[in-house]
Design a protein around this ligand. Structure first.
Ligand SMILES: Nc1ncnc2c1ncn2[C@@H]1O[C@H](COP(=O)(O)OP(=O)(O)O)[C@@H](O)[C@H]1O
Ligand SMILES: [Mg+2]
Length: 295
């Protein structure tokens, strides 16, 4: 399906035909110029109750590429990545201000379908979280929820998704075995396969390697480089080398003491091409962080 068609169909499925303000063209105040962004964030702030966890975020995320969010613990990376598929909705008290556009649709439009959003924009978490079911059933779960595929179709989706996640060869002879018997790295690739099975456009990854050993980490990084040919990837990582290795764009966040109180709020300091962030960043705070003088 062409991107255009996909976008139009998305808009209709998510918010109906009423284009309204959602059709405004997407522009941001700063950062690299991204042609045809998948996401455009304008003045985005996320709060938990009255506490503002991250504020004033303006950035655009390119398609078929890898964008990294880095910064010290607590600066709002997880909070922000969750706004991209509305998983913050599931957290009591969480609220999002500003605008989060997905192509030309407003993700927070009152008519938007969170279910359809989460199908198109999948998420992989820090700790691999396979269901206590067989390898096959883990991958078949999403397609079964979304429709009633025939057994033969389901077999095909499961194989394709496991191949896409570079896991097929290791599990093809034990698809009926429990997913919990896999190693941590295999479980994480299974979670990636599970997200691929519902044919997403975007995969959000929140520190996907932090529970893995270096070899399993390398395999996930190699997999990401493969996946970006077909998918848009956003990764949160506390591992700067990982951001430098895999991503094309990097957003660096810090926490600042909120002038209205003593709580710290996350802010985007700089967003640019990864090679620039790691060689000649514009902001001295970014430089201090990437050279290890701070953080
Ligand atoms: N569910 C939540 N309820 C209340 N506060 C939260 C919740 N999740 C995160 N926070 C707070 O929001 C801030 C940003 O957290 P988070 O997004 O997890 O940061 P990071 O992923 O960069 O470490 C922190 O101060 C954290 O304590
Ligand atoms: Mg986090």
């Amino acid at each position: 399906m062409s991107n255009d068609l996909q976008t139009k169909q998305f808009h209709t499925e998510i918010v109906g035909n009423n284009q309204g303000s959602a059709a405004q063209m997407n522009e941001v105040k700063s950062g690299p110029r991204i042609i045809d962004p998948v996401f455009t964030l304008e003045d985005v702030s996320v709060s938990y109750g009255k506490y503002v966890a991250v504020t004033d975020v303006n950035l655009q995320i390119p398609s078929n590429d890898i964008t990294a969010f880095i910064g010290p613990s607590g600066c709002g990376k997880s909070t922000l990545i969750r706004t991209l598929n509305r998983t913050n909705d599931l957290i009591p008290g969480a609220s999002v201000a500003g605008k989060v556009m997905y192509h030309d649709a407003d993700l927070y439009d009152s008519k938007a379908s969170a279910v359809e959003i989460r199908r198109r924009i999948g998420m992989v978490f820090q700790k691999p979280n396979p269901f206590p079911k067989s390898i096959y059933e883990n991958v078949a779960f999403g397609p079964k929820v979304n429709g009633r595929p025939k057994k033969s179709e389901l077999d095909e989706i499961v194989e394709k998704s496991l191949r896409g996640a570079a896991l097929w060869d290791e599990v093809k002879d034990r698809l009926g075995a429990s997913a919990l018997g896999l190693s941590g790295g295999q479980q994480q690739r299974l979670c990636i396969a599970r997200s691929l099975a519902v044919q997403p456009e975007v995969i959000l990854m929140d520190e996907p390697c932090s529970a893995l050993d270096p070899i399993a980490t390398l395999r996930i990084e190699e997999l990401m480089m493969e996946l970006k040919k077909e998918y848009t990837i956003v990764i949160v990582t506390h591992n700067m080398q990982q951001a430098a290795r895999v991503s094309t764009y990097t957003a660096y966040f810090v926490t600042e003491v909120n002038p209205l109180g003593d709580l710290r709020t996350g802010k985007l300091v700089e967003y640019d091409e990864t090679k620039k962030i790691f060689s000649t960043p514009s902001d001295p705070r970014t430089e201090a962080y990437v050279t290890g003088k701070m953080g």
